[in-house]
Design a protein around this ligand. Structure first.
Ligand code: PMP
Length: 376
């Protein structure tokens, strides 16, 4: 099997699974219970949170556990705009966000919030001048994805922060860093809020993180028994222990991993660029882990299933919205055909040179076959 859909999700690392299993067996009690077993479980959460906060260079009280990046994004956007609506009703997002951000925006729009979509350059970077111009006295939140999930375009988060804060220091800056963690180095000093998902970094599904700077006011979006808790309910002790392990392992050796992945990416681009009717959609600002292409004459589902016959697994635009046209490719190229024929090849440090050789061989066979069927 050759798995090339690492941006949709990653296989869990056995070390991380060990942490999950150990916490499930030895720390099964409810961390909200007062007895000794509950205290032990609470201590495990505290030590995982301490570890995560040290790895992120933030305070322990600034880490919140969610079920994944979708929930983190919901809490980040809805929670902050509700808590800060006395200051205004205007939100700015980019045109290269994950679909979950657009889903939240359309909900907020129905409630009377106004959303502006900041323009980008032809390579997909946020247009600084447009961002400056779109800022209003009523702007309360700006949300910009650090690494786009479809094209891999990486935004200059630090510069974006400087622009926002220079225009208005009270504006809250959120970044969806789901595709950035474990792929590039991140600095949480550059943002007020950040969303993460652990299943993208060789951890289990069902756990995400929201980083929230202590100064950011936030209204809960889920209500439960403990009024002081932003996220009520019984904490998922094993998932939290596994998250700490996954983050620790995930952010190791990033430069070495990236150099290796870049070589694989360049090899694929070099070979596929020679083919007729294939367009490379990822721009020069894309991280090498994500390579988006359009096969202009072939439906993505057809191609993906044909590759599956060789046990090669690829992605379409994003696993969360398979079958639809790629909103990021549409935003960048304004070309419906290009945006409806995208394939996403996402690589990992686990990918081998041999896998890419086989992938390219099978690609040629399948591409030729499907193209000839189109001609008949
Ligand atoms: N944001 C981005 C950038 C993503 O890539 C994803 C996953 N496709 C999400 C949010 C949603 O993450 P989760 O599956 O943890 O809800």
């Amino acid at each position: 099997m050759i798995y090339l859909d690492y941006s949709a999700t990653t296989p869990i690392s056995f070390d991380v699974l060990d942490s999950y299993n150990k916490a499930s067996k030895d720390f099964f009690a409810n961390p909200n219970s007062l007895h000794g077993l509950g205290v032990k479980a609470r201590e495990l959460i505290n030590s995982a949170t301490k570890q995560i906060s040290e790895l992120f260079g933030v305070n322990e009280t600034e880490i919140f556990y969610t079920s994944g990046a979708t929930e983190s994004n919901n809490l980040a956007l809805i929670g902050t705009v509700f808590a800060n609506q006395k200051r205004g009703n205007h939100i700015i997002v980019s045109k290269l966000e994950h679909p979950s951000i657009y889903g939240i925006c359309s909900y907020l729009e129905k409630l009377g919030f106004e959303i502006s979509y900041v323009n980008h350059t032809e390579d997909g970077l946020v247009d600084f001048e447009d961002l400056r111009q779109k800022m209003r006295s009523t702007t309360i939140l700006v949300s910009i994805c650090a690494v786009n999930s479809e094209l891999g375009v990486r935004q200059p988060i630090k510069s974006i922060r400087q622009i926002i804060k220079k225009e208005n220091p009270n504006v809250i800056f959120h970044s969806d860093m789901t595709q950035a963690l474990g792929k590039i180095s991140i600095n949480l000093k550059d943002v007020d809020l950040a969303s993460f998902s652990i299943h993208k970094i060789y951890g289990p599904k069902g756990i995400g993180i929201l980083y929230k700077n202590v100064a950011v006011k936030m209204t809960p979006i889920i209500y439960g028994s403990n009024k002081e808790n932003l996220i009520p309910g019984t904490p998922a002790v094993p998932l939290i222990a596994a998250a700490a392990k996954a983050i620790r392992l995930g952010i190791q050796d990033l430069d070495r991993k990236e150099t290796f992945i870049r070589k694989l990416n360049e090899r694929i681009v070099e070979e596929l660029s020679l083919q007729p009717d294939i367009l490379i959609n990822s721009t020069k600002y894309a991280i090498p882990h994500i390579l988006n292409i359009s096969l202009l004459n072939i439906r993505p589902e057809t191609f993906i299933h044909a590759m599956e016959e060789y046990e090669i697994y690829l992605g379409t635009n994003t696993a969360c919205s398979s079958g639809e046209i790629s909103s990021s490719v549409m935003a960048l190229y304004d070309d419906k055909k290009r945006a409806s024929t995208t394939i996403r090849i996402s690589l990992s440090y686990l990918t081998t040179t041999e896998e890419i050789t086989r992938f390219l061989n099978c690609f040629q066979i399948v591409y030729k076959r499907l193209n000839s069927l189109m001609e008949d």
